[in-house]
Every structure is written in C-alpha cells, then in structure tokens.
Design a protein around this ligand. Structure first.
Ligand code: COD
Ligand code: ZN
Length: 375
C-alpha cells in the first residue's frame, strides 16, 4: 500500500535536550510539501558534527532529529519536484544546491545561500517542521536529519545517485569523505610533489589525506594527539605521523623544521582555534596555503599575529570540500563505483540503528573512524 500523501509513523533517534543520549522513539513524518522529497533512509554515518550538536558546541535548536551523512531511497515527492522520483536512490545534502543564488551561479562557490548551517532555524523553508513527536514539532538539522527511518528534505538537498551504489558505504559521500577529499583536491588544489600536513586524523582528516595522495603529494604529515590513529593514516598515504604531545615546542615549529621552511598545504580537520593557528603557522610563510575544514565552537574567536598572513600565506575555509553538492555527489559516487577510491578503511564499525548511542560512545572514546548505522 502506498504511503505517498500520508503521515508515516516511524522510528527515529531524537535528541530531546542538549548533552542527553538519543531517545529511540516513534515519530510522525508529514508528507513532503511542494518542492520537497520524503526519503527512506537506508544507512547513516555518525559524524563529529552531530556530536558537536549534542554537546552544545555547535548551536542547534532542540528537540531535534540530527544526522546528515546518509543514503536512502525516495519514498514520495511533493508538487513540482522534477529532479528525483519515488524509487530513486539519493544522498541528502547538508549544503543544498539551488542553482539560482549568487553562490550557486558562481563557478568558484559552493555554499548555497539557502543552507541551514549559519542560521540553524531547524525548519523547512516555509518555517515549519515535517516531524512530530508526542504532538509537538521536532527540529530538522542541516537540511537533512537522517537519524530517522524517514526524513523530508527540499529537492535542492537531494542528489540522485547510481541505483547500484551500496548505501552502507556511499553514505559517507554525504559528508565525511567529500568534505575531506574535496578540501585537498578542490579547495587547496594540492599539486603533484607537494608537501602537506593534516591536523586531525578522524574520518574527515583521513579523507583529506586520501585527497592529498590522489593529487600526487609526495609528503603527507599527519598530526594527531591519539597515536591509535597513526596506523590507518599510514595505510592511506601519510608518510610521517606526529603527536604534538611528544614535543616540548609548538607543533608548528616542529613542522617548519621537518620541512625546512613549512609545508605547501596544511589542513585543520579538528575544529579548534589553537590548531587552526598552528596549521596556518606551519605552512610556508610566502606561498603556503592553510585550509580550515573544522568548525570551532559557536562562540569562539581567533586572535593571531597579522605577520602570519602579511608574509604571503593564504588562509582558506572549505565547506563540503568546496564541491557544488548536487552535481558533485553523483560523480563522486560514480568514481567510487569505478574504484577510483575506497571507503572501506573509513568504516570501522557498522551497527543497527537502535545502537546509535553506542556508536556515539565509540566516536567519543576515539575508537571509531566512522560508524555506519543500518536501518
Ligand atoms: N591536536 C591534534 N589532533 C587532535 C586534537 C589536537 N589538539 N584534538 C583532537 N584531535 C584529533 C582527534 O584525536 C581525532 O583523531 C581528530 O582530531 C578529529 O577526528 P574526529 O573523528 O573527532 O572528527 P571527524 O573527522 O569526524 O570530523 C572533524 C571535523 C573537523 C570535520 C568536525 O569536527 C567539524 O568541525 N565539523 C564542522 C565542519 C563541517 O564541515 N561541518 C559540516 C558537516 S560535518
Ligand atoms: Zn559531517
């Protein structure tokens, strides 16, 4: 029996309050309105940004359905939807692509102005929610909300992908993989033979390493305070691993010495202001480029010596790897299907959806790279 046009009751992991575990409850998911798509989620990854939202370091309105790294199948579409149809395999996009705003129209930009990352309204574009729990609305998250069996997104927040793509793997293309890989390939445009430093060897940092390697970097230095991350980093192309806690001087000084003047490209993939400055200072002072991939806690500010930039360094930010989401995601999925890169090393754990709290504990304890939850 078709569910199109009807409210769907389904299981979701709801964050009722900041810093509280997820509650697995039954919620109601309203049918998609005009230009919206209702998606049955098949697999969703746990990303550190979800944890930042739980802990309050990333501001989101509660109660909320978090999750933004997933793959699923279109269950039904609202009026006027032309790009996807029921049965299509899709990846929800936390950076939409409307193809109309100044960013979408500019060849160098990818952060569509219709994103819900900066203002975090937690609502659909008409100012309402499609989720209800106990008769009260729940907030959406990052235009996606994937910790639920069914979600509703705007059609600009869904990319149709190859029907044969395995959802339990390509879900990572919805965030972690693309964010890191693109930071190296697209934002920094790492050149063959260059030297790179990647600060933070989590799922996104390792994807940055994969991007540096794919671009032909000859030296990739991994920086992390958890030495358990080093073995996998080396497998993926890191040539030297360093732990800032092993040195009695700032890590930027260590990197400048190791590379006789600083790296060509550095990437901050942690989300801390101190490591952002360290990454900037560790790139070559004339021509080095440092890319900020991590987002620091909502209220934080950075103070830095202007000389760090005056000498010629470039400091850039990268959201979703600089990719224009709707057009890049299907191509990245095709590249995965063509074995141009692998996602297996990033997926350390797979758990049933009900074990979401366990999945977050694995991330908090530094044990997992990516946990994929299956429905
Ligand atoms: N020095 C060196 N390494 C450190 C330090 C430190 N002071 N602190 C932590 N680390 C290491 C940890 O040991 C860990 O290995 C790594 O840094 C971080 O990895 P994870 O697994 O916690 O995180 P990821 O890879 O899933 O995500 C990292 C991001 C930076 C992407 C994320 O935290 C973030 O800031 N996201 C916001 C950016 C963004 O684009 N968001 C949109 C959706 S993700
Ligand atoms: Zn993410």
């Amino acid at each position: 029996m078709s569910t199109a046009g009807k409210v769907i009751k389904c299981k979701a992991a709801v964050c009722l309050e900041v810093k509280k575990p997820f509650s697995i409850v039954e919620i109601e998911v309203a049918p998609p309105k005009a230009h919206e798509v209702r998606i049955k989620i098949l697999a969703t990854g746990i990303c550190r940004s979800d944890d930042h939202a739980v802990s309050g370091s990333l501001y989101v309105p509660f109660p909320v359905v978090l999750g933004h790294e997933a793959a699923g199948v279109v269950e039904s579409v609202g009026e006027g939807v032309t790009k996807v149809k029921p049965g299509d395999k899709v990846i929800p996009l936390f950076v939409p692509q409307c193809d109309e705003c100044s960013a979408c129209l500019h060849p160098k930009a990818n952060l569509c102005t219709n994103n819900d990352l900066a203002n975090t309204s937690g609502l659909m574009s008409d100012g309402t929610s499609r989720f209800t729990y106990n008769g009260k609305p729940l907030h959406h998250f990052a235009s996606t909300s994937t910790f639920t069996e069914y979600t509703v997104v705007h059609e600009n927040s869904a990319a149709k992908i190859d029907d044969a793509a395995p959802p339990e793997k390509v879900c990572l293309i919805g965030c972690g993989f693309s964010t890191g890989y693109g930071a190296a390939l697209k934002t920094a445009q790492v050149e063959p033979g260059s030297t790179c430093a990647v600060f933070g060897l989590g799922g996104v940092g390792l994807s940055t390493v994969m991007g540096c390697k794919a671009a032909g970097a000859s030296r990739i230095i991994g920086v992390d305070i958890n030495k358990d991350k080093f073995a996998k980093a080396k497998e993926l192309g890191v040539t030297d691993c360093i732990n800032p806690q092993d040195f009695d001087k700032p890590i930027q000084d260590v990197l400048v010495e190791m590379t006789k003047g600083g790296v060509d490209y550095s990437f901050e993939v942690i989300g801390r202001t101190e490591t952002m400055i360290a990454a900037l200072a560790s790139c070559q002072m004339n021509y080095g480029t440092s890319v900020m991939v991590g987002v620091a806690p909502s209220a934080s500010q950075i103070t830095f010596h202007p000389m760090l930039l005056f000498t010629g360094r470039t400091w850039k930010g990268s959201v979703f790897g600089g990719w224009k989401s709707k057009e890049a995601v299907p191509k990245l999925v095709s590249d995965f299907m063509a074995k141009k890169f692998t996602l297996d090393p990033l997926i350390t754990h797979t758990l049933p959806f009900d074990k979401i709290n366990e999945g977050f504990e694995l991330l908090r304890k530094g044990i997992s790279i990516r946990t994929v939850l299956l429905f």
